[in-house]
Design a protein around this ligand. Structure first.
Ligand SMILES: *Cc1c(COP(=O)(O)O)cnc(C)c1O
Length: 229
């Protein structure tokens, strides 16, 4: 068995263990393969194992891979910070954008989404621990931004994405994840199409699933350690 196949199976094992420990439906957590910095061939290998959803952070690198893998039926998620001059390329080439954090970006993605494509699925990124250096909207502004996105016909509001601050204990991780879950419930109450709570990475996926994540974004555990960029 290849290393990638072993790691892929290990991740699925961890997801199903965490899902059953939390007494949740096994289908309720999806795996997003976070492939930033890895070449198209590495993604192709993972796709051959049955993985369809890939997450990318850097636009130019992502566009090259989307092009190189156009023969596969993949679903592309943009998960990095968004500069407003990049919205045209993002809206034209991705299926999901998980890092929408302000009205201007939402408006531009809506303007630039081609009519030939289905509405763009979006998650609002929440700065759950209100860190100065992190992107994401503050929890208080969530509903205002959601209300705005709901008026845009080429965006489909699907949920929330969070990247908590680094924590020293599982209890502290749970605190952030639980606050995110609370916001997710509020959002879902107002917008019933909302079904995605994107939280959990290599280091904290089990805790995220215990706290209600519906999508874990996994890079290192799947592809290996990234080179510093
Ligand atoms: C890089 C990245 C990940 C994956 O992190 P790992 O620790 O490698 O699993 C997940 N989400 C976002 C937003 C990222 O930038």
């Amino acid at each position: 068995m290849t290393d990638v196949k072993k790691r892929f199976q290990q991740i699925h094992h961890e997801i199903s263990t965490s899902v059953s420990a939390a007494k949740r439906d096994p289908q309720s957590v999806q795996l997003l393969a976070v492939s930033k910095t890895w070449p198209a061939d590495a993604l192709r290998e993972v796709a051959a194992l049955g993985q369809r959803q890939f997450g990318e952070n850097y636009l130019q690198e992502a566009l090259d891979k989307i092009d190189a893998l156009a023969d596969l039926d993949l679903e592309w998620h943009f998960i990095g910070p968004i500069q407003s001059n990049k919205t045209r390329d993002i809206a034209g080439h991705f299926d999901w954008v998980q890092s929408v954090d302000r009205e201007k970006i939402a408006r531009r993605l809506n303007e630039h989404r081609p009519d030939s494509l289905a509405p763009l699925n979006v998650c609002i990124q929440i700065n759950i621990d209100e860190e100065e250096t992190k992107s994401g909207t503050s929890p208080e502004k969530l509903l205002t931004l959601a209300d705005y996105i709901a008026t845009l016909d080429k965006l489909n509001l699907r949920g929330l994405m969070v990247i908590p601050s680094l924590k020293n204990s599982v209890a502290d991780e749970k605190d952030s994840f639980s606050r995110a879950y609370e916001l997710f419930q509020q959002l879902r109450h107002k917008y019933p199409q909302v079904d995605t709570l994107s939280m959990g990475m290599t280091a904290d996926m089990s805790t995220a699933i215990a706290c209600g994540s519906t999508m874990v974004r996994i890079g290192t555990a799947l592809f290996g350690q990234r080179e510093k960029r």
